[in-house]
Design a protein around this ligand. Sequence first.
Ligand SMILES: N[C@@H](CCC[C@H](N)C(=O)O)C(=O)O
Length: 257
Amino acid sequence: MQFYKYQGTGNDFILIDDRTGTFPAADQALIEQLCHRRFGIGADGLILLQNDPEYDFRMVYFNADGAEGSMCGNGGRCIVRFAHDLGLFESETRFIAVDGEHVAVVREDEVFLKMIDVNGLDQQPQLTFLNTGSPHVVRFVDELESFDVLAEGRAIRYADAFRPGGTNANFAQRLTNNTLFVRTYERGVEDETYSCGTGVTAVALVAHQQLQMPAPVAIQTIGGNLRVSFETQSDGRFENIYLIGPAKRVFTGEIDL
Ligand SMILES: N[C@@H](CCC[C@H](N)C(=O)O)C(=O)O
């Protein structure tokens, strides 16, 4: 079976053209092994591109632990680039994912991915919880470079308050008027990743609400730079949220099943 490796700001994924619907998607051990960085191809997740009667394609996303995940923003940008590389659309596409419909535009190196609307933020002492397609905690810290994202992220990810599903955990530091540095502990990878698309989206919305940061918010991650644009409604809702940044094919190969 042929696979394609893509990355979006260092969040890396195995992409499979599963328009035949023959990939063994229920085999969690296989997906975990393919994502393993010693025994497999190595990736933060695996994504199937499947047919859908009403959309250009369907995105099915699995975390590196082999379980089906909630929405992946960087993976969404990568599958849009993949579908574009396969010739499924010219510049604008409409696809369906676990959290609903998405539209996206490819413009040179960048993919502009429309995210789901966000209804509100749950402000708790020292942190904020919200769902941008995946569940995210946002916490602002000083000295993010030297912050222990693994230990602090894991503690939030498994905290009683977020059981049973758990949450992803993002740590952010303001750099300029509209720029943030963000590091993320990802549920399902159970480690810090180089970037998390739904995570930086969550951070941008919280930064707008709590730090009055203007849109678009620019985000630096370990793996590169992203932008998040959005519109705010008087009732506190966020609409027309776009995650913007590069997504690239890295290599392709054969899986021995
Ligand atoms: N890397 C992703 C987030 C993927 C979802 C997450 N790990 C989960 O299932 O909670 C992104 O770019 O959004």
